[in-house]
Each structure stands twice: as C-alpha cells, then as structure tokens.
Ligand binder design. Structure first.
Ligand SMILES: NC(=O)c1ccc[n+]([C@@H]2O[C@H](COP(=O)([O-])OP(=O)(O)OC[C@H]3O[C@@H](n4cnc5c(N)ncnc54)[C@H](OP(=O)(O)O)[C@@H]3O)[C@@H](O)[C@H]2O)c1
Length: 330
C-alpha cells in the first residue's frame, strides 16, 4: 500500500522545547520497545507508524536491543522509513541507545567507548540512516569512568553519527556529573529518559529539579506502566496483552490486588473527566512543564489514537489532583 501523510498533521500536536536546546519534541512520542519486532505483524505496526506521523508525532524512539529478536525493531523501522517516510527524514527525530546486553563477550553491553561506538555503527546500518538524531547511553555503568561513556557520546556527535546525546535511567547524582562532563566537552546533554508514571515516581524527589537546573529535557518512558494504567487489565488479562505474551516485560505477578484497586479508582476519576485512563495518565505527566515529552508504546493504531486524545484535556482541578494522590498513596 502507498502512504501519503496527512497535510494537516502539524496542527494536531503540541511541541515542547527540549530543555535549553533548540529542539522541539512532540508532547507524545512513540516508542518501539515492544510491538515492532519480528515476532509482531509488519503490516499492523506499519499502520501505527503512519497514524503517528499523520498526527504530528515526529519522534520515534529505538534502542539496539528492541525486538524481539534484538535489533529487529530498528530494522523494521528502517524498512518503513525507506518505504514510506524517506522524503520526510528531515521531519523526524529518530533516537537509539546502547547500554543493555546486545552481543556476547565483554564488549556487548554497559558503557565502554568500544561498545557504544560499535553499537551505534550497527544501529545506523540496521535503520539504514547516516545519523540518528539522539544517541543515548541506555544505563549508567558503575564500572566505566563516566568520562569514557560521555566521551563516546561526544565522539558520536563529532563524527556526525548523532546530532544530540542523551542519558537514560541515570540516577540523579550521576545525571549531574554526566551533564557537567558533556558541557565541558562542548556537547550538552539534550535529554534524560527515565521511567515515570503515576505508579512509579522515583524522578520526583530529585531528578526533575536537576534536569530543570541543568537545562536538560525529560522524556518519560512507560508512562502507562506498560499498560497497567489503561483499561487493559480492568477485567482480567486479555490474551493479546503484554502481560500474556512470553516475551512481554510485564508479568502477571505485577498485577497485584493493590495495583488493581488503584487502577480501578483512577479509572473512576478518568471517567468523570471524560477521558480514558490512558489519556488521564499521560495528561497527568504532561501537566509538569519539566516533562518535555511522554514516550508511549502502542500495540495498535487505535491505542495510539486514543492516547493522542490526551492532549485535549491537560488540566487538572485541585480536587482531582487530591483524589488521585489519595488513590496512589493507598
Ligand atoms: N530507556 C529505557 O530503559 C526504556 C525502558 C522501557 C521503555 N522505554 C521506551 O518507552 C517506550 C514506551 O514504553 P512502554 O511500551 O512500556 O509504554 P507504555 O505506554 O507504558 O505501555 C504501552 C502498552 O500499553 C498499552 N496501551 C498503550 N496505549 C493504550 C491505550 N490508549 N489504551 C489501552 N492500552 C494502551 C499497550 O499494551 P498491550 O501491548 O498489552 O496492548 C501498549 O503496548 C518504549 O517503546 C521505549 O521506547 C525505554
């Protein structure tokens, strides 16, 4: 099938400045961790990418190991880029990462210069591009000098293989140290990608303030807690859900009675706001101006279209916020 993007696509989306940089990111970005591997249906996820671009989602997030099998999400995205979006490359922000296990031996994970540069070279080949827009260190490596890991990111930019760099899953203190090292190298840290949702708020006490002080953007991953903060599990575990899939990172044991009680309570508030629970969970993150973008996953274009509707109501009354806190603290 031939794809031609909607002409009004940029009118649907809100774009936020990423920290102190010149780069604007869509309030919603699409992540390809699950649902875009060789185990998934190409025609089906190709439609999700189309729906994203048609609605102003300009940012697509990858990592070397996304699939399964690892590497296949990059390859599949690259194929769609070539088939459908080649003439729109300059309208896209494509990111990838290295940090988790990708190949055997001592150079296939963590934060050495050897691993990061080799992995980026592999990613560029799989995606079929000359450069990525953002290259991330996917996790902090306590056994490699931070100067070496940040030096590898800086080198990627100086080589023209990445336009910007970011860090993901770095604790608050290491974030501050990384930011300073990068600044001194002349390659500022563009963005931090932490896990952040109503059910996981580790970023709130320290990290968000540090990002604001350092002028670093924040893109929140797993904003729907991998599907828990949606209507997916209100009546059991659907056969086609992440929790039911053997390769899914959400496990049945994560759906505890206490979590289910919270989800049901939150769903009640979402209904009163005339939003789906997914929409409310996304809006709740975006109400904080330090959050540049919310990085959603989607196993269908319908889910993505539903999530995009969150932008219609990003405001919360004090009463709603208090009720949400009460439920989350149960
Ligand atoms: N940096 C890191 O270490 C890291 C780690 C994890 C993720 N990420 C990034 O963050 C992205 C998103 O993570 P995630 O997939 O865990 O995000 P998520 O948005 O929390 O969960 C996505 C899942 O929620 C369900 N869903 C999505 N929209 C829905 C809707 N409107 N209604 C009902 N259900 C809906 C789907 O579950 P079903 O599949 O069950 O339908 C979907 O697969 C990843 O793709 C990746 O780019 C980064």
């Amino acid at each position: 099938m031939q794809y031609s993007p909607k002409h009004n696509r940029y009118q649907q989306m809100k774009y936020n400045r990423c920290g102190n940089s010149g780069l604007m990111l869509p309030a919603l970005s699409l992540g390809l961790w699950h649902n875009f591997g060789d185990v998934d249906d190409y025609a089906h996820f190709r439609e999700t990418i189309w729906a994203a671009f048609d609605n102003g989602v300009t940012h697509f997030d990858l990592a070397n190991n996304y699939g399964p099998p690892p590497g296949s999400a990059e390859r599949n995205f690259g194929q769609i880029l070539k088939q459908d979006l080649a003439s729109h490359r300059d309208e896209l922000i494509v990111s990838t990462k290295a940090g988790y296990l990708m190949w055997d031996g001592p150079y296939g994970e963590w934060g050495s210069r050897k691993y990061l540069i080799a992995s980026l070279n592999q990613s560029l080949k799989r995606i079929g591009v000359d450069y990525v827009d953002i290259f991330y260190s996917h996790r902090y490596d306590p056994n490699t000098p931070l100067e070496e890991t940040m030096g590898a990111l800086d080198f990627a930019v100086k080589q023209g293989k990445a336009l910007y760099v970011g860090i993901s899953n770095y604790p608050a203190r290491e974030t501050q140290m990384a930011a300073e090292i990068l600044r001194n190298m002349g390659t500022p840290c563009l963005i931090h990608q932490p896990r952040y949702s109503m059910l996981d708020r580790w970023v709130e006490p320290e990290l968000l303030n540090i990002l604001e002080q350092e002028g670093i953007g924040c893109i929140a991953f797993s904003p729907l807690a991998q599907g828990l903060l949606t209507n997916r599990y209100l009546k059991g575990i659907p056969m086609d859900s992440r929790a039911a899939k053997p390769h899914g990172f959400l496990k049945e044991e994560n759906i505890t009675p206490n979590t289910l009680e919270k989800i049901k309570g939150l769903n009640g508030i979402a209904e009163e706001r005339e939003q789906s629970l997914a929409q409310m969970a996304i809006a709740w993150l975006l109400k904080d101006e330090r959050v540049t973008s919310v990085l959603v996953g989607a196993s269908s274009k319908e889910q993505l279209l539903d999530s995009l509707q969150s932008l219609k109501n990003l405001n919360f009354s004090d009463d709603e916020l208090r009720s949400i806190e009460r439920i989350l603290n149960k």
